[in-house]
Design a protein around this ligand. Sequence first.
Ligand SMILES: Nc1nc2c(c(=O)[nH]1)N[C@H]1C(S)=C(S)[C@@H](COP(=O)(O)O)O[C@H]1N2
Ligand SMILES: [Mo]
Length: 557
Amino acid sequence: MTTVEQPPAPAAGATGPDGGPRRAPRRWLGALAGLLAAAVALGVAELTAALVGPASSPVVAVGDAVITLTPEAVKEFAIATFGENDKVALVVGTLVLTALFALVIGALSLRDRRIGTVGILVFGAIGAYAAATRPAGGMLDAVPSLVGAGAGIMALRALLVPLTGPPPPPTSHLPRRPGDRAVVDRLRETLAAGDRKGGALDRRRFFLTSGAALGVAVVTGGGGKLLQQRFDVADARSGLTLPEPASPAGRLPGGADLADEVEGLTRLFTPNREFYRIDTAISVPQVRPRDYRLTLDGMFDAPRSYTLADLFDRDDLIERDVTLTCVSNEVGGGLAGTARWLGVPLGAVLRENGISRDSTQLVCRSTDGMTIGTPTRSALGVEDAMLAFGMNGEPLPVEHGFPVRMVIPGLYGYVSACKWLTRIQATTFEAFDAYWVERGWAAQGPVKLASRIDTPAGVRAFPAGRRAIAGVAWAQGRGIAKVEVQVDDEDWAEAELSPAVDADIWRQWVLPYEFRRGSHLLTVRATASDGEVQTDDRAEPFPNGASGWHSIRVITS
Ligand SMILES: Nc1nc2c(c(=O)[nH]1)N[C@H]1C(S)=C(S)[C@@H](COP(=O)(O)O)O[C@H]1N2
Ligand SMILES: [Mo]
């Protein structure tokens, strides 16, 4: 005779009247229920994020948190493997993990629906925590994850009903006296019998509920993403007219861009669309021009703040050509680009606020909480350092820091080029470690002398004969004096350089060469105008930039 103390037979584990197992299909339906509930949770969270702000979306917030927590070595690997799609890869990875987790908790919920509730709550809590503790986040940012979790739990419960039948009556209400055991047994018998007959598995109702859940997920998720566009500043950006510089960039000499003649050579100026992008922001910060403020504080006599109009209206605007480089760039890599920047001379702004002689570091903060530690010496001493708001004749693209970023020729971006710049705090290196320095990157980041071969590219064979070997070389602030190329073990041959435009931008080089049939090793090295010859010592990007000669193997047929 069964007693109340004995565990009841699991409702979902029953065997069909024919003796065939029903476990497997039901379990899969449970997993599907979990997946749909997760989709509803994420969809509703996106819709809620359309009220709170795109960065409060749990997927974005968790992705951001993963970026913050990931060790530098893994991040380097991700940048090397996925390039600028590193963030897409991260979001996809986050979604795949979420889906797997949802499948498991869905299947387990058949046994006990509390597992589903707790599982979704755990996920919601992770999203809420990640969103609220972002550098620029607050309690409100937790709301989308929590509302999403609530919706996910309701969806899961609705989906479980046709799979398991109605929830069992609470046992605390069941009679406890020994004489009433019979009643309890009969009740259990009835429930179990219903299950054995398959009566508790209502496929039709399950699929109807599933369809509804899918609809809710698609409509809330898609609608949420659409509504989040109300935060976009693209329209405000294209409505801006850039001011004229008091000091325009130098005129380009005729024939300045050798890429006009040499196929496969990097263009002198990188179009904004093709400009490399490196940052930690999954959801690109959207800063409205009219809300923009640049605040100065710390070691200044009389620090003030600036609106965008304050910056646009100045009469000391400069326009300069500068090559920006990322410290993560590998030897021969593409994380460098050249643009014509327009903005305010940084030194002038620092001086007019009475910056202290004792400040050694400027902590530059972006609206998304990034901190970039810039040497005060460079900010004051590098002539063309600027607060840039124009890039190649347009307002800064949103991904490149709209409305205002810093640009300092000669320093890697991670110590100089804060995008979405909103605050400059004058301090010292002892007082504060900025984001990348906390992660082991060098506090000082002067750009290393570098050169690379753009063409021929080492992937496809080409016919023997005369052909240009060409590429770019950079030594920001100093300029390139000489580029030499070595083919196999021949002598180094000096390449022709593009006309000197500005010491702060890269220089194109070309060497026409008569290729014999076979396989050849090409190597390039540059010399800066101060006489430094590019070192052959190989260094990885971490912790202060790659070095070594770029070599490629090509095959001619
Ligand atoms: N706010 C913010 N600014 C940032 C970064 C960032 O992650 N967040 N990355 C820096 C790095 S490492 C580089 S190399 C440059 C890249 O600028 P770009 O994306 O316009 O090429 O921006 C710098 N400024
Ligand atoms: Mo960088």
